[in-house]
Design a binder for this molecule. Sequence first.
Ligand code: HEC
Length: 199
Amino acid sequence: MSSRVLSPLVALTLLLGGCENPVSAIGFERMIDQPRGKAFKASPYFADGRLMRTPPAGAVPIDGAGSRDRMLGLAGDTYASTIPIAVDRALLRRGQDRFEVYCATCHGSTGDGKSIVAAHMSLRKPPSLVDDPVRSFPPGRVFQVISDGYGLMPSYASALVVDERWAVVAYLRALTLSAHVTLDTLPAAERRRAEEALR
Ligand code: HEC
């Protein structure tokens, strides 16, 4: 061993050997016992003596204000069978945008479960979201999967606020519809376009 390696070791041995409690010598104790406030405790810092603060008037939760059912994907004690916010083009666009960022990586950009990530997943693969059984899930159940995760799939609650999750659910309905539309149900002009494209 060279003396360049040895000298720091010697220094450390001397430091630790020289005092009774090496931990307090280094100062860990100060980091472990830091002064901090605890919920419901008193505090001389504020005039009313309480530590917990009331949010300023007009403050809204980061997730937006909403009913319990809307926040949880429920209708009473069952899954919501409809989307509890107004579905318009802007919401669908938002849903598409969020779906492509957060879901398409695994479930494929058309939601059919075909993606590079899926091809490499050896345990349970991300299922198609536009075919059964997911296709028949009530909207509230899909909302809950996004909020809480499911099995190997992580929760997206920290990435998507409540209404963005509903936007993704709404967009998924549109994807599901488009995945199963039959040519004879299309308006004549659309049908001609589709037939051109399929030719
Ligand atoms: C990292 C990959 C990945 C991403 C990203 C992902 N999922 Fe999944 N998803 C999975 C996997 C894997 C499963 C199957 C989990 C299992 O069976 O353990 C799954 C399952 C599901 C299911 C079926 C759950 C059930 O009850 O059977 C739904 C619905 C779903 N995902 C929706 C979404 C939506 C919507 C997004 C975007 C917000 C998303 N997933 C993002 C990997 C992913």
